[in-house]
Ligand binder design. Structure first.
Ligand SMILES: C[S@@+](CC[C@H](N)C(=O)[O-])C[C@H]1O[C@@H](n2cnc3c(N)ncnc32)[C@H](O)[C@@H]1O
Length: 266
């Protein structure tokens, strides 16, 4: 099934869910990209945040009858959805111990979508605990990341979920430092890089950030050649030497900066 068909089917599953679900339009194509490969498979799909139960039915209709759909919520009332065949765990996603115990019970999973409390610390704890538990291929997606900028969610100060996620992308880059050790800063935080050792990629959408776990692809990169170099001159320092660009800053005025190039790798 192509992306277009997967999206059509997902929207239909959402519209025809027998119970209410509130989502944002841009999320549906992101779901197709992040979870489309699971449609029709015996997957394990976890969603934090059950509320009126509508999204549980959407996932079951879209992913198919073989999917194991698991809902997590702090509200004990969510247990009612067990009668409809869903697995429900009650607990606080901001508590690392809840995740450790619950994920041990669930076992390996293919996808975890967080649509729970949306506070930065809850989103960060959810991502950390899911990443540290996962050794098999899976997608951990944190939804409603716009709360990182919301006045009523601002208790995180400078430590919002989105700042955490943006900084975490450096750890993926840091895995490549061993390729040319003397060209990079001497001191790097190897423990932090280790924490992300199973994360192969991170995907940013408007309102969603996903951590894609794949142990095989996440291995320390190596430099490889298909055959010896043929001797062509590398013209990397022969072009223009700088560019003036508008820096992508959301909360400040347009900021034009000159980005200079080096002449010898500097
Ligand atoms: C946005 S609603 C979920 C919406 C649902 N996924 C849908 O699509 O309709 C958020 C849910 O997260 C739950 N929640 C809030 N804080 C939580 C926490 N700390 N741990 C677990 N669940 C929490 C709330 O009880 C609520 O049911």
């Amino acid at each position: 099934m192509d992306k277009h068909d997967l999206l059509e089917r997902l929207l239909k599953s959402w519209q025809t869910s027998p119970y209410p679900s509130v989502k944002i339009t841009s999320y549906f194509p992101a779901y197709v990209e992040l979870f489309g490969h699971l449609v029709g498979t015996r997957c394990v799909f976890i969603e934090t945040g059950v509320l009126d139960g509508g999204s549980l039915f959407m996932w079951r209709d879209w992913l198919g009858p073989q999917a194991r759909i698991i809902g997590i919520d702090l509200n004990p009332g969510a247990q009612r959805w067990r009668d409809s065949g869903f697995e429900i765990f009650i607990g606080d996603q901001g508590d690392p111990n809840f995740w450790r115990q619950t994920l041990r019970e669930i076992g390996s999973f293919d996808a975890l979508l967080d649509d729970g409390g949306h506070q930065s610390f809850q989103q960060i704890v959810t991502a950390i605990e899911a990443m540290s538990f996962s050794t098999t291929e899976c997608v951990i997606a944190i939804e409603d990341t716009t709360t990182s900028f919301m006045r009523d969610f601002s208790a995180h100060g400078a430590h919002s979920f989105l700042e955490y996620a943006k900084d975490a992308t450096d750890l993926l880059t840091g895995k490549s430092f061993s390729l040319f050790r003397n060209r990079f800063p001497d001191k790097i935080n190897n423990d932090a890089v280790h924490d992300f050792r199973h994360v192969y990629s991170m995907r940013f959408y408007s309102g969603i950030v996903a951590f894609c776990v794949n142990q095989e692809y996440a291995q320390t990169p190596k430099l490889v050649r298909n055959r010896p170099p043929a001797g062509a001159a590398d013209f990397r320092y022969n072009g223009v030497t700088s560019a003036t660009v508008s820096w992508p800053s959301l909360l400040s005025e347009a900021n034009l900066v000159e980005v200079k190039g080096g002449t010898n790798g500097d």
